[in-house]
Design a protein around this ligand. Structure first.
Ligand code: XMP
Length: 309
């Protein structure tokens, strides 16, 4: 694959297609939307409005990291606060598909509003081939594959630009490198659209998300040297018994999820040395007082999926 000519072709195709219209791109923090956004920025410059919707379900300091990396590529990112809307939609929902649907509907409501306010005619999506494969296979409803979920994009007055839909993740990382994106972006772990809501078993609310966010940061930090495909924490909303001093207390259960994979279609649990597992467990139970148990999950994909929701 000649990535240089792919990039050049995409830039001229996008430029031709878009003309003088406005384009909107919603960055998620991941490599896919970053690459798609930079390609479009190279094609149409300031006709692009790059937004970052803060849904409250992102990793720690996500906006700061993404906007800084994008700035280096000349892209200014606009922050849109929407946490309250997402948490309201997720209230009392613990069924996985219900949560995904609530997320998706809110995402498009918020994005639709931003688009209408901006008069953009095109929407950039970082959809990659694996998203399309899995949605077609019925594994899950991907929020970013409009046709598959029966949402008519023209209902939002939009045309979609999906420059990466023929590529899998490793190729997207190569394109990112060719585009000169920093390592922090091209080596970024995949992160699901519905964010940390996929990592809470049960209701995703500000409290449960705060716990899983902090635990995830610890898991990511401590497994960094192993270079896993993905590493994160999952919060079980059910309580388990633990001890505080001599008293029994009922607290949270955190699952460590760390996998090796090429393309996310299959995955296996990363071999994590014992001392690292112990350190993660100690840190999580010390830094998060509500957590009384930490477990490491070793199920591969299949039969499990990488995310819990
Ligand atoms: P699963 O959990 O199905 O995930 O094994 C496969 C890969 O896809 C990511 N993932 C998503 N990515 N929107 C996305 O853009 C989503 O709704 C979504 N759900 C899962 C997941 O992190 C893994 O890399």
């Amino acid at each position: 694959m000649n990535y240089t000519s792919f990039i050049e072709n995409q830039i001229s195709e996008i430029r031709k297609k878009v003309g003088t219209a406005k384009v909107i791109s919603a960055l998620s923090g991941g490599v896919d939307s970053a690459v798609a956004t930079v390609l479009v920025h190279k094609a149409v410059g300031y006709q692009l409005d790059a937004v970052f919707i803060d849904d409250g379900l992102m990793r720690e300091n996500e906006f700061e990291k993404v906007s800084m990396a994008m700035k280096k590529s000349g892209v200014n990112v606009r922050l849109v606060e929407a946490q309250h809307e997402f948490f309201t939609a997720l209230k009392r929902k613990d069924d996985p598909e219900e949560k995904r649907k609530a997320f998706r509907n809110t995402f498009y409501t918020v994005l639709g509003r931003i688009v209408r306010q901006s008069s953009a005619k095109y929407l950039v999506q970082g959809t990659i081939k694996a998203d399309i494969d899995e949605t077609k296979g019925g594994v899950k409803t991907q929020h970013n594959v409009l046709e598959q979920i029966g949402l008519d994009p023209s209902g939002y007055g939009l045309n979609i630009i999906e420059p990466l839909k023929d590529f899998y993740k490793p190729e997207v990382r190569e394109i990112a490198k060719q585009l000169g994106l920093p390592e922090e972006i091209h080596q970024r772990m995949p992160f699901p659209g519905p964010g940390l809501a996929t990592r809470v078993v049960g209701e995703a609310n500000p409290e449960s998300i705060a716990i899983v966010k902090k635990a995830a940061a610890i898991v990511e930090e401590e497994t960094k040297e192993l270079k896993p495909f993905q590493a994160f924490a999952v919060l079980m909303n059910d309580k388990a018994t633990g001890l505080e001093g001599k008293e029994r207390k009922f607290g949270n259960i955190i699952i460590i999820r760390c996998v090796d994979s090429e393309d996310a279609l299959t995955a296996s649990a990363t071999y994590i040395p014992w001392h690292i597992l112990m350190k993660i467990t100690e840190r999580i139970t010390h830094e998060l007082n509500s957590v009384v148990r930490v477990a490491y999950e070793i199920t591969g994909k299949p039969p499990a999926t990488i995310e819990y929701v």
